[in-house]
Design a protein around this ligand. Structure first.
Ligand code: 13P
Ligand code: ZN
Length: 274
């Protein structure tokens, strides 16, 4: 038995493969992190190496001190994760101050965690706080239709949430809180990490203009499902806009959104409704 036989590592690899199959991960696009449970760390620990040096992240999340994360590697291809996990993914430990990581498994051959690790880490920090520790998964992908929407709609949470909710009836049930929108920023550093994590205090998904989407959730199914639902809604929105050349004959009305919320027992963000 090796570390790759452990259930949580297998589920993590499956999610990477699923994202690749969806076409959301051209080249090295996108990244996935998972905050491991104590028993999962214990199961993996026999396979840990002598840790690397601590590397400062430029951001701090005190509530994540001492945690362990599965992460994709920077510059690594989702396409290769299932075929070559040891070079494509790894496990990092966070220091007692909550501001640095070190590699304890994987990322062989000099690889490092994703360049978006500061964004993932800060999102984990605020989502863990907002969900009383339930949130464990942060997933960043480059789904084409959602990115296309960021060229056509004003870059704010209200316009995006309304457009997505009205694109498919199940949407308000899957993300009743709506989605946040981060304006275009240089990826891969502390600045975009802080801007995104500010929004993730309120939302469990955040759009990066002209770049992609961040989703969070308690497990791989829910988080993948959120990415999938939002991108499907974006695809419908783009189809409607292009087929109708911007003209829409009918849509789901605001009171119909309210009716869905009432019957499904979810709380829609009222300030986004007319
Ligand atoms: P990494 O290869 O460093 O994970 O970067 C990919 C990406 O999507 C940057 O936003
Ligand atoms: Zn990206």
């Amino acid at each position: 038995m090796g570390i790759l036989d452990i259930g949580i590592v297998q589920s993590y690899i499956r999610m990477c493969e699923d994202g690749w199959q969806q076409g959301w991960h051209e080249r090295n696009g996108g990244n996935l992190t998972y905050r491991m449970k104590k028993e999962e760390v214990a199961a993996c620990r026999p396979f840990f190496y002598k840790p690397s040096e601590w590397v400062d992240m430029g951001v701090t999340g005190e509530n994540l001190a001492g945690e362990y994360f599965l992460t994709t590697g920077s510059g690594k291809y989702f396409r290769n994760v299932a075929l070559d996990p040891i070079h494509s993914i790894g496990i990092v430990e966070i220091n007692p101050e909550g501001n640095a990581w070190r590699i304890v498994w994987g990322l062989k051959g000099g690889a490092r965690p994703t360049s978006e690790f500061p964004s993932h880490f800060m999102n984990h920090s605020v989502r863990a706080e907002a969900t009383k520790g339930e949130c464990r998964v942060i997933y960043h992908a480059h789904p084409a239709n959602l990115i296309a929407m960021t060229y056509l709609l004003p870059l704010n949470a209200r316009d995006f949430s309304r457009a997505l909710w009205k694109s498919a009836t199940e949407c308000p049930v899957v993300f009743p809180g709506g989605v946040g929108v981060v304006p275009w920023m240089v990826p891969g550093g502390a600045e975009i990490a802080l801007a995104t994590s500010q929004l993730m205090k309120k939302y469990d998904a955040a759009v990066w203009a002209h770049h992609g989407l961040f989703c969070s959730g308690p497990d791989f199914d829910t988080t993948f499902g959120l990415m999938h639902t939002i991108e499907k809604a974006a695809q419908i929105w783009v189809l409607v806009q292009s087929a109708g050349q911007g003209k829409v004959l009918q849509t789901i009305e605001d009171d119909q959104l309210r009716a869905i919320a009432k019957d499904f027992g979810v709380c829609l963000r009222e300030e986004f409704l007319n």
